[in-house]
Design a protein around this ligand. Structure first.
Ligand SMILES: Cc1cc2nc3c(=O)[nH]c(=O)nc-3n(C[C@H](O)[C@H](O)[C@H](O)COP(=O)(O)O)c2cc1C
Length: 198
């Protein structure tokens, strides 16, 4: 029996009416291996750069490699084996990097991670809007990243992101096949409070 779109999202029950793009975004691992075009990636980065940031400092930086390009093996090689197993079929990999200090005065920028997180979500939603899938990863070799990505100490890697065309679940390594579905969420009552946490 084939899984319908409604079956796929059945575990994601809404409590209130919000735009469907939020409930429908998820992080598949099955990707087809087709390379993204530079233009497709530019549309995704265009969405990301309009994110809000403290003092409009725009601390995010995006370092990409398109599948099959000269930089592909270096970025893919940064990923832990468990992520390489499926992310090798992404159309592109993006390192989401943030600048830890303000450019105007060199002082620590306390919200650089928060700001870069906003930009990543814009990327994910733009990718979805284009019929693509995206999947963030913390499972990469942190100690190798600065050299491979050409980063000074002013920068931190927030996550690596795989973006690609949807693929076939049956072609994933077996242990990932059963996890290949949108995950549920905590109820609002557990995460929203009036006035005080409690
Ligand atoms: C910062 C970050 C790091 C993550 N690291 C990994 C990872 O290394 N490997 C992986 O398979 N998924 C990773 N994920 C995906 C999460 O497990 C996934 O987003 C979460 O389970 C919620 O599922 P959803 O994105 O499908 O809604 C990461 C997600 C985020 C936001």
């Amino acid at each position: 029996m084939s899984t319908t779109d409604a079956d796929l999202f059945a575990g994601r029950v809404v409590e209130f009416d919000a735009d469907e793009q939020f409930r429908r975004r998820w992080s598949p691992r099955a990707m087809s291996g087709k390379a993204l075009s530079l233009h497709e990636l530019q549309r995704i980065f265009e969405a990301a750069r309009w994110a809000p940031s403290c003092f409009n400092s725009q601390p995010w930086r995006f370092i990409y490699a398109i599948n099959g390009s000269p930089h592909w093996s270096a970025l893919l090689g940064l990923l832990m084996d468990m992520n390489q197993a499926w992310a090798q079929h992404a159309g592109a990999l993006v390192a989401v990097v943030s600048r830890k200090t303000f450019e105007h005065n060199g002082q620590p920028a306390p919200t650089h991670s928060f700001d870069a997180g906003s930009a990543w979500m814009s990327m994910a939603l733009q990718a979805q809007h284009m019929g693509l899938v995206s999947h963030a990863m913390w499972g990469f070799h942190q100690e190798q990243a600065p050299e491979v990505l050409g980063l000074s100490e002013d920068y931190a890697v927030q996550a690596m992101v795989a973006i690609g065309y949807p693929g076939n679940k049956a072609e994933l390594p077996e242990k990932y096949q059963e996890r290949e579905m949108p995950s549920p969420r905590k109820p609002l009552a557990e995460i929203v409070f009036e006035g005080k946490l409690g």
